[in-house]
Ligand binder design. Structure first.
Ligand SMILES: Cc1cc2nc3c(=O)[nH]c(=O)nc-3n(C[C@H](O)[C@H](O)[C@H](O)COP(=O)(O)OP(=O)(O)OC[C@H]3O[C@@H](n4cnc5c(N)ncnc54)[C@H](O)[C@@H]3O)c2cc1C
Length: 321
């Protein structure tokens, strides 16, 4: 028996969310008195053995180049095969785009109970109970998994990455992968930008910015803070900003260490996608704006006055002219 962790890569590099999944999976293995193993599909540019620092003892690497692009059906079949071979009883994913596509398919294939979006380690004192947030973060559900194999997908940023010492044994696994039915015809990359889902800091703005011509200040602050930019839904709907920046219930859910919300009212549908951020700073000229209730720090003021001052202060702090 072991805990198997799916190690997600982008352009051959291991994603930050997978480091969290490994730390989390290794802790579950410790709870269950077993060992944590990882699985990587496709070629990798990273030295996978160094991932032993996150608690994985072995990494099963299926190097096949055809696996460099996600096909959730093909991936689920391969992960199931490796899980059976290794006797994995708990399989861990990050609840990111890949995890959301693969975990439910694997769950159906292996007849394994699945909790998606876990936010804490399972309680193994009475069975196997996994906590997740529900109703857009308004409540928690504790879900008991009773199947022989259990699958958990971990909410990004819900569990802190801990790097220790250790080197993982790499096992090059020769398994034939099914031909993918997915054909990648084009890859459009947002060059030079920080990926919203991976960003530690996010600078986000809403309708309070009045129009797309005023986003220069938002972008400048984001650049100085090495942050990703985001926006509220009406801003994306009005084409002031691209749709891949829209966060919230119907957009991307994020949980950065710092979320700076500028001229956003804080509607429940917006909060649903950002309320797991570690620290929330709200800038709004209306002291009654609902977002202040969710904020750790608030600035009541006009964004057009506050932002230039913030930019100035950050520049001073960083010694940038
Ligand atoms: C089914 C459904 C799903 C939805 N999903 C999402 C979602 O995923 N994400 C999302 O964001 N929304 C979503 N919405 C929309 C949501 O309800 C709100 O309408 C939206 O979040 C409001 O965006 P906003 O805060 O940018 O704009 P507004 O509500 O117009 O708020 C603008 C804010 O800016 C402040 N302001 C104005 N001028 C300034 C200034 N100069 N300086 C500082 N502050 C200023 C105002 O005081 C106000 O609080 C959804 C709605 C529905 C019905």
């Amino acid at each position: 028996m072991s805990v198997l962790i799916f190690i997600d890569t982008a352009d051959g590099h291991v994603k930050k969310a997978s480091l969290e999944a490994m730390t989390y999976g290794a802790k579950i293995a410790e709870q269950l008195g077993t060992s944590a193993e990882g699985i990587v599909l496709g070629t990798s540019k990273d030295d996978l053995a160094t991932l032993g620092r996150y608690g994985v003892k072995k990494i099963h690497h299926v190097k096949n180049e055809t696996l460099n692009h996600l096909d959730a059906q093909v991936y689920a079949k391969l992960i199931a095969q490796v899980a059976v071979q290794t006797g994995a009883k708990v399989i861990v994913f990050s609840n990111n785009v890949d995890g959301k596509a693969i975990a439910p398919r694997l769950s159906a294939r292996m007849k394994a109970g699945l909790v998606s979006g876990a936010i804490a380690l399972p309680d193994t004192s009475k069975g196997f109970v996994v906590k997740k947030s529900v109703f857009s973060g308004k409540a928690f559900a504790n879900i008991s998994l009773n199947t022989d194999v259990k699958i958990i997908s971990l909410s990004p940023n819900a569990y802190q990455t801990i790097a220790g010492e250790g080197v993982a044994e790499i096992i090059n696994t020769e398994i034939a992968a099914d031909a993918s039915k997915v054909k990648v015809t084009a890859v459009n990359k947002l060059s030079g930008e920080i990926l919203l889902t991976e960003a530690d800091i996010v600078v986000s703005a809403g309708r309070g910015m009045k129009g797309p011509e005023n986003w220069g200040m938002v972008e400048e602050l984001a650049k100085l803070l090495h942050a990703a930019t985001a926006c509220s839904r009406p801003v994306a709907d009005a084409h002031w900003r691209p749709h891949n920046e829209h966060v919230g219930q119907t957009g991307i859910a994020i949980a950065p260490n710092l979320y700076i919300a500028i001229g956003i009212s804080g509607a429940i549908q917006h909060l649903a996608g950002v309320n797991r951020s570690k620290v929330i700073v709200v800038i709004n000229k209306d002291p009654e704006a609902p977002f202040f209730k969710a904020a750790d720090y608030g600035i009541v003021g006009d964004a057009f006055e506050v932002l230039p001052k913030m930019i100035e202060a950050v520049k001073k702090l960083k010694g940038v002219a």
